[in-house]
Design a protein around this ligand. Sequence first.
Ligand code: PEP
Length: 251
Amino acid sequence: MSPGERRATLVVGNWKMNGSRAANAPLLAALRASAPFPGGVAVCVPAPYLGEVAAALQGSAIAWGAQDCSSHDSGAFTGEVSAAMLAEFACRYVIVGHSERRALHGESDGLVAEKAARALAAGVTPIVCVGETLAEREAGETSAVVARQLGAAIARLGDRIGDTVIAYEPVWAIGTGKTASPAEAEAVHALLRTRLATLSPRAAAVSILYGGSVKPDNAASLFGQPNIDGGLIGGASLNAEHFAAICKAAA
Ligand code: PEP
């Protein structure tokens, strides 16, 4: 990183398809009560809850966002939610290309890149997820897979990749309790960083989050790595105490 350039620290909760109106209110109130946090914090929630989450977090240091958006602007796309709709709810972030969407909904690198472009056009920061499966890791393909996934986003977004957040989430570590060791995660983050740095100084300043079974007891060692700028947190983000502890570990 060049002198004076700082990467933002960020911890983002991914609620996935969890929550209820009854459960969300105390979770958000407890999280608000745990502030301040040393870096940025956000929660990405199921779309139907965006209105009430926005109301609950308004005026706090905690941002909110969604977990997906359409690759189209508007029209006959039943069930889809556009990035412009997310912007209307003041979403700061939207996750795109989460491995669950890639695996369960057949999302390609190209589609994910298009979603990221729609998000940027709407003024919402895309959190672009990349990561290899266990089979790909065991075949020695981790570098090639994440480079291909990031490359598709760069090819579509050009210099605007500098306005995104990247999340490295090894698929084998998501929801499994198996975390990449700090050294394993750092090796991939460094590779992603090098690729971004070849583009422009702005790209070099993109925050790269680690995701995959981050818990209060392993967060500090992961976030302490030079190229890990925070985390994307699934299961542990549903527990206010655990999520707050992870947010506080991202100093
Ligand atoms: C995720 O869903 O992005 C994730 C990292 O999940 P977990 O923390 O539960 O592994």
